[in-house]
Structure formats: structure tokens, C-alpha cells
Design a binder for this molecule. Structure first.
Ligand code: HEC
Ligand code: HEC
Ligand code: HEC
Ligand code: HEC
Ligand code: HEC
Ligand code: HEC
Ligand code: HEC
Ligand code: HEC
Ligand code: HEC
Length: 423
């Protein structure tokens, strides 16, 4: 009944043109809400449920633009008489049915001509995108527990997404999605595991976001979108990761896996990295043994397993060489030698090593080995520098020894001379 009423009043509201109810106050005009009866009365009500929206008004971007309670709820903000102010015949909607909310927010937000007057840079596609999302599709079928605009943005005290206090700001959006997506009972009703948030919180991405405050790390919305929230499917998943990890995607596209995975309906990156609990990759992943990533599809003796073993061997050799030379150069430096040239070579070796790890995505032995050989060439050059420096140290030590010996002989001779003169 109430929903019917709400829908009916919404229809009236929309028919009357929701925008007509918006006071077109110039931005920044002082005291423009002073005569707004809705705020005036609600700010004094005892019930916190009724008072809170009025208290949040000053933090609301709509309020700052002169859009008051009536902008969303309708009604007559010029009357102090509650029966007039909150008269459904004046388009007033007290409680929105979930289905009415996207349409209400969208009445302004999908009106390009209207939005242009206030904020020309804000896109006006949220409602049309939302309708294509799993949230929007389920809502249209009558679900009442999916996300609507206010589930993610709040209804009162709405802030721009760039404001760190907004519930959709990168560091906060995870918890906003988690309100529903970590609710296992709710998610199970839709055949979703409900462990996605928990898994994501174990990832390098979440660590980068929360520990390094790296806002370029992906949150739920980076991979799923904000308004068109659907999981990236098989076709798009490689592209989702690849928007940020460009080099790995490029290499993957060169690999025999590109076509093979497409034929298997296997998303590109997920097979080896998973989707939510993405961990820090290690050389030891490469192989077909337990807990190694190639073993999911290859088995001992096949071409993939052979390539994995060769690649793994080449990497270990390069890693061992880099570690050993770094050690040797360190020792020489502690003995007081300047080793800038060797440091540069070691840095080159490290860069080639990082490139070898990227080239793994081609699963092509020759491409990985090209980089590991560059590592070995650079470490061998640095090793030569270290050897030369060690020879120099030996030479200086011998030199020191010889001069000490000469001095000692001279002093003994002198002492003998003095003694013979005293006699
Ligand atoms: C003179 C005081 C007064 C004025 C003016 C007033 N309200 Fe209310 N409002 C109330 C009270 C009291 C309630 C709770 C009783 C009720 O539900 O009727 C209420 C309830 C509401 C509710 C909640 C309805 C629900 O079903 O939970 C909304 C939304 C609301 N008002 C919005 C507005 C808007 C928008 C305006 C201005 C156009 C406005 N109010 C003007 C006093 C006022
Ligand atoms: C940007 C649109 C928007 C504006 C502006 C707005 N509201 Fe609301 N309001 C909503 C929506 C949407 C809901 C329903 C929230 C929900 O179900 O999560 C709501 C719910 C409410 C409720 C019911 C809260 C509850 O917990 O049951 C009250 C009371 C209310 N609004 C009062 C006001 C008052 C007073 C103002 C002005 C200070 C105001 N609103 C401004 C969108 C708005
Ligand atoms: C009466 C018209 C109107 C309605 C209804 C409306 N908005 Fe807005 N909204 C605006 C305008 C105008 C702006 C731009 C304000 C600015 O940028 O200064 C805005 C800004 C926003 C922003 C900030 C965007 C940004 O990038 O700065 C968000 C988020 C937002 N609205 C969400 C909502 C939600 C959620 C609802 C429904 C609960 C809603 N709006 C209902 C007119 C409206
Ligand atoms: C599932 C959560 C979710 C829902 C539902 C949702 N939004 Fe958003 N919205 C976001 C996130 C996250 C952002 C920030 C997007 C970004 O940073 O790219 C955003 C951004 C916005 C912006 C600012 C866009 C910009 O580029 O400045 C507006 C306006 C907006 N939403 C309005 C709406 C409206 C209207 C609805 C309902 C039709 C809605 N949103 C539904 C999560 C949501
Ligand atoms: C108010 C609760 C709620 C909030 C908040 C919410 N969701 Fe949802 N979401 C749901 C429900 C319920 C479903 C299941 C809909 C269905 O499958 O029909 C869903 C479905 C999804 C799906 C589709 C899953 C699938 O199996 O196809 C994705 C992706 C998604 N949500 C992402 C997000 C993201 C990202 C956010 C935060 C920006 C978010 N949701 C916020 C309730 C919510
Ligand atoms: C790095 C990208 C990425 C991030 C970040 C991410 N997801 Fe996903 N998500 C995926 C991929 C990939 C899939 C699987 C798509 C497929 O297999 O078709 C997926 C699937 C899902 C599904 C559907 C699961 C099912 O069983 O149907 C939900 C729900 C979901 N993610 C929610 C979230 C939420 C909530 C967050 C934030 C805590 C999040 N995701 C963060 C990439 C991501
Ligand atoms: C929005 C950009 C973005 C998207 C999308 C993204 N990532 Fe990332 N990813 C990052 C950033 C930034 C880091 C760096 C974290 C750090 O180490 O500080 C990272 C780190 C990683 C790492 C760890 C690197 C290391 O050396 O520890 C892996 C593996 C990874 N991402 C895989 C993926 C996969 C697989 C996907 C898709 C399912 C994906 N990423 C989607 C930005 C992104
Ligand atoms: C066949 C398995 C496999 C696939 C498919 C795969 N990766 Fe990797 N990825 C690895 C392995 C193994 C490592 C570890 C390399 C190392 O540390 O030796 C790695 C490392 C990474 C890293 C860390 C930086 C680096 O290059 O060492 C990122 C980022 C990454 N992968 C992203 C991706 C993206 C994006 C995709 C999809 C385009 C993808 N990976 C597909 C196996 C895979
Ligand atoms: C999701 C399954 C899957 C995973 C995981 C996987 N592969 Fe593959 N790989 C395939 C398929 C399918 C083919 C193409 C069919 C074939 O030749 O066996 C293939 C082909 C190859 C080939 C070309 C074989 C040839 O005949 O020329 C190499 C090399 C290879 N993979 C190496 C690897 C390595 C190394 C890893 C681990 C880092 C890995 N693969 C992980 C499925 C996978």
C-alpha cells in the first residue's frame, strides 16, 4: 500500500517535473535555506530519525547548491504547516520504495540540460548504467535488498566521491560494498559466496590501498564499475587487470595461452592469480608441483611443464648470480672501496631480472632467457669489478706491509746506530 502510494506520488512528482520543485538559488548565496520550513521544523524535532537529515544538510552537496529536502521529497518548503508542507498532493514522498529511489535521483542526474547548469563535468549516465547492473536488474524484478543510489552514496549529507568522507571514496568504498557483500546469508540467497570482501582484504591491492595509501590500487569499483556493477566476464577480465598492468597483458597476448584460454572460456589473469585474494607473486610459483600455478593445467612431461622447468631454472640461476655478486660487491664496499660502477651494473641486472618476470607471461623460454642472460652479463661485469677491487685491496695491503717492514728495518737500524754512538 505504502509503496503504491509512493509510486503514485512519485509519478505525480515526475509528471509535475521534479526539477520545477527545486529552488534555483544561486550557488553560494548566504542564508538561502533560512526560510526553508522543512529544515526549520525538522532540525527541532526530538526523534533523531527525523532530525538527523536536517543536521546533515549543511554537509550535503545538494544543500550547498540550494537544493533542499523538497528537491528529493517534494512538498512545499514555504509552509510551516506540516499538513501543507508534507502534502502528498504537492508531490511529497515521505518514505521511498527502493524502486523509486534510482528514478528519483535520476530525475535530476540523468537530465543533462539540468545538470549542466550546476556541474557540467558530472556525467549523467548513472541511472542508465545502473539499470544494466545486477543491482538494477534485480531491483526491476522486485528485489528490495540490492544496492540503490542511497545505499552507496547515502541519502543525506551526500558528498562528492572525491571527498575523503564520502562512502564511495576509494579507501571507504570497500566497506560500503561490504555492508551487503560480506553478509553471507544475504549473498547466499543470490547464489553468491559472500567471501569476496574477505578475500579481497588479503590481497596486495588492499594492502597497497590501506598501508601505502596508494589510491591507484583497485577497489571493488575499479574492477566492477560503480553503476554498471556486474562481474567482469571472461572477455573483459583480461582487460580489467590490463588497464593497470599493461606490460603483463601485452606479454600474455603474445603467449600460446591467449587463444587457448579463450577456447576454454578461461579468464586471462585469474587462472594463475585468482581474482580477489591476489598475492605477491614469486618465482617458486612456476612449475607443475603442488601449489605451483602451471600444474592446474599441465602435467609432468608435457610441453608446458618442460617450459616451466626451463624458465624456473633460468630464473634461479640468474637470481643466485645476482645475490652472490651483490654479496661480493658489498664486502668490497665495507673494506672501503668505491664501487659505483658495479652498483650501476647490479641495478641493470635487477632491471633485467624484473623484465624476465614480466616475460614469464609469454611462457616462451627464449624471451625469458634473453632477459636472464642479460642479468648474467651484467652480474658478470659487476663481478669483474669486484675481483679487480679485491686485487687492489690485496695490492694495497702488500704495499702497506712492505712499507711497514721498511720503516721497521729503518728504525731498528737507527736504534742500533744510536746505541753504538752512545757507546
Ligand atoms: C512543522 C514541522 C514540519 C515541517 C514544516 C515539515 N515536517 Fe516533515 N515531519 C514532521 C514530523 C513531526 C514528522 C513525523 C510525523 C509524520 O510522519 O507525519 C515528519 C516526517 C517527515 C518525513 C518522514 C516520513 C516517514 O514516513 O517516515 C519526511 C521525509 C519529511 N517529514 C520531510 C519533510 C519535507 C521535505 C518537508 C518540507 C517540504 C517537511 N518534512 C516539513 C514535521 C515537519
Ligand atoms: C538527495 C535527495 C534527498 C534529500 C535532499 C533529502 N532526502 Fe530525505 N531521504 C532521501 C532518501 C532516498 C530517503 C530514503 C533513505 C533510505 O531508504 O535509505 C530519505 C529518507 C528520509 C527520512 C526517513 C529516514 C528514516 O530513517 O526512515 C526522513 C525523515 C528524511 N529523509 C527527511 C529529510 C529532510 C528533513 C531533508 C532536508 C534536510 C531531506 N530528507 C533531504 C533522499 C533525500
Ligand atoms: C533536484 C535534483 C537532484 C536530485 C533529486 C538529486 N541530485 Fe544529486 N546532485 C544534483 C546536483 C545539481 C549536483 C551537483 C552539485 C555540485 O556539483 O555542486 C548533485 C551532486 C551529486 C553528487 C556529487 C557528484 C560530484 O561528483 O560532485 C552525488 C554523489 C549525488 N548528487 C548523488 C545523488 C543521489 C544519491 C541522489 C538521490 C538519493 C541525488 N543525488 C538526487 C541534483 C540532484
Ligand atoms: C553500488 C554502489 C553505487 C550505486 C548503487 C550508485 N553509485 Fe553513484 N557512485 C558510486 C561510486 C563508487 C562512485 C565513484 C565513481 C568513481 O570514482 O569513478 C560514484 C559516483 C557517482 C557520481 C559522481 C560521478 C562523477 O564522475 O563525478 C554521481 C553523480 C553518482 N554516483 C550518482 C548516482 C546515482 C544517481 C545513482 C542511482 C541511479 C548511483 N550513483 C548509484 C557508487 C554507486
Ligand atoms: C544494499 C546492499 C548492496 C550494496 C551496498 C552493494 N551490493 Fe552488490 N549486490 C547486492 C545484491 C543483493 C546482489 C545480488 C543481485 C543478483 O545477483 O541478482 C549484488 C550483486 C552484485 C554483483 C554481481 C554479482 C554476480 O554474481 O553477478 C556485483 C559485481 C556487485 N554486486 C558489486 C557491488 C559493488 C562493487 C558494490 C559497492 C560499490 C556493491 N555491490 C554494493 C547488494 C549490494
Ligand atoms: C582486481 C579486480 C577485482 C577487484 C578489486 C574486485 N573484484 Fe570482484 N571479481 C573480479 C573478477 C575477475 C571476478 C570473476 C568474474 C568472472 O569469473 O566472470 C569477480 C567476481 C565477483 C563477484 C561474483 C562472485 C560470484 O560468485 O558470482 C562478486 C559479488 C564480486 N566480485 C564482488 C566484489 C567486491 C564486493 C569487491 C570489493 C571488496 C570486489 N569484488 C573486488 C575482479 C575483482
Ligand atoms: C586500478 C588499477 C589496477 C587494476 C585494475 C589491477 N591492479 Fe594489480 N596492482 C595495482 C597496483 C597499484 C599494484 C601495486 C601494489 C604494490 O605492490 O604496491 C598492483 C599489484 C598487483 C600484483 C602484485 C605485484 C607484486 O609485485 O607484488 C599482482 C600480481 C596484480 N596486481 C595482479 C592483478 C590482477 C590479476 C588484476 C585483475 C584481476 C589486477 N591486478 C588489477 C593496480 C591494479
Ligand atoms: C600462466 C600463469 C599466469 C598468467 C595467465 C598470468 N600470470 Fe601474472 N604472474 C605469473 C607468475 C608465475 C608470476 C611471478 C613471476 C615471478 O615473480 O617470477 C607473475 C607475476 C605477475 C605480476 C607481478 C609483476 C611481475 O611481472 O613479476 C603481475 C603484476 C602480474 N603477474 C599480472 C598479470 C596479469 C595482469 C595477467 C593477465 C593479463 C597475468 N599476470 C597472467 C603467472 C601468470
Ligand atoms: C588454465 C590452464 C593453464 C595454466 C594455469 C597454464 N597453462 Fe600453459 N597452456 C594451457 C593450454 C590450454 C595450452 C595450449 C594447449 C597445449 O598446447 O597444451 C597451453 C600451452 C602452453 C605452452 C605451449 C605448449 C606448446 O605445445 O607449444 C607453454 C610453453 C605453456 N603452456 C607454459 C605454461 C607455463 C610455464 C605455465 C605456468 C606459469 C602455464 N603454461 C600455465 C593451459 C594452461
Amino acid at each position: 500500500m505504502t509503496r503504491q502510494l509512493a509510486n503514485a506520488t512519485l509519478a505525480i512528482l515526475l509528471a509535475a517535473g521534479a526539477r520545477a520543485a527545486v529552488p534555483p538559488a544561486p550557488a553560494g548565496a548566504p542564508g538561502k535555506h533560512a526560510d526553508d520550513s522543512c529544515i526549520g521544523c525538522h532540525a527541532k524535532l526530538d526523534d533523531v530519525r527525523l532530525r538527523k537529515p536536517a543536521e546533515l544538510a549543511t554537509a550535503d552537496i545538494h544543500h550547498a547548491q540550494g537544493i533542499s529536502c523538497a528537491g528529493c521529497h517534494g512538498g512545499d518548503p514555504t509552509s510551516g504547516d506540516p499538513t501543507v508542507a508534507m502534502d502528498p498532493r504537492k508531490g511529497f514522498v515521505g518514505k521511498f520504495a527502493p524502486r523509486a529511489i534510482p528514478e528519483m535521483c535520476g530525475s535530476c542526474h540523468s537530465n543533462a540540460a539540468y545538470m549542466l547548469r550546476y556541474a557540467p563535468n558530472i556525467p549523467t549516465d548513472q541511472l542508465s548504467q545502473y539499470r544494466t547492473s545486477k543491482h538494477g536488474l534485480a531491483l526491476a524484478k522486485g528485489a528490495t535488498d540490492v544496492a540503490v543510489c542511497s545505499s552507496c552514496h547515502g541519502a543525506h549529507g551526500v558528498r562528492p566521491p572525491s571527498d575523503a568522507r564520502s562512502p564511495v571514496y576509494p579507501t571507504r568504498v570497500v566497506d560500503t560494498c561490504a555492508r551487503c557483500h560480506a553478509d553471507v546469508a544475504l549473498m547466499n540467497r543470490y547464489g553468491i559466496k559472500g567471501n569476496e570482501v574477505e578475500e579481497y582484504k588479503k590481497s596486495v591491492h588492499y594492502a597497497a590501498l590501506t598501508e601505502k595509501n596508494d589510491l591507484s590500487a583497485p577497489t571493488c569499483k575499479s574492477c566492477h564499475g560503480a553503476h554498471g556493477a556486474t562481474p567482469p566476464g571472461v572477455d573483459s577480465v583480461a582487460n580489467v587487470c590490463g588497464t593497470c598492468h599493461v606490460s603483463q597483458l601485452e606479454r600474455f597476448d603474445l603467449s600460446p595461452h591467449k587463444d587457448a584460454f579463450t577456447a576454454m572460456d578461461q579468464p586471462a589473469c585469474e587462472a594463475c592469480h585468482s581474482n580477489h585474494a591476489i598475492g605477491h607473486p614469486q618465482d617458486s610459483w612456476i612449475g607443475v608441483a603442488d601449489k605451483q600455478v602451471c600444474g592446474a593445467c599441465h602435467s609432468a612431461g608435457d610441453a608446458g611443464a618442460v617450459a616451466a622447468a626451463t624458465i624456473s631454472g633460468a630464473l634461479s640461476k640468474a637470481a643466485a648470480s645476482e645475490a652472490a655478486v651483490r654479496e661480493r660487491v658489498g664486502r668490497v664496499k665495507r673494506a672501503g672501496m668505491l664501487m659505483d660502477a658495479a652498483d650501476i651494473k647490479l641495478e641493470e641486472a635487477h632491471q633485467s631480472y624484473v623484465m624476465a618476470e614480466v616475460e614469464i607471461h609469454t611462457v616462451t623460454v627464449a624471451r625469458v632467457e634473453k632477459q636472464t642472460q642479460a642479468v648474467l652479463a651484467a652480474t658478470s661485469a659487476a663481478d669483474k669489478d669486484a675481483a679487480a677491487a679485491e686485487a687492489e685491496i690485496r695490492f694495497r695491503r702488500t704495499g702497506l706491509f712492505v712499507s711497514l717492514a721498511v720503516i721497521a728495518v729503518a728504525m731498528v737500524t737507527l736504534a742500533l746506530k744510536i746505541r753504538s754512538m752512545e757507546r
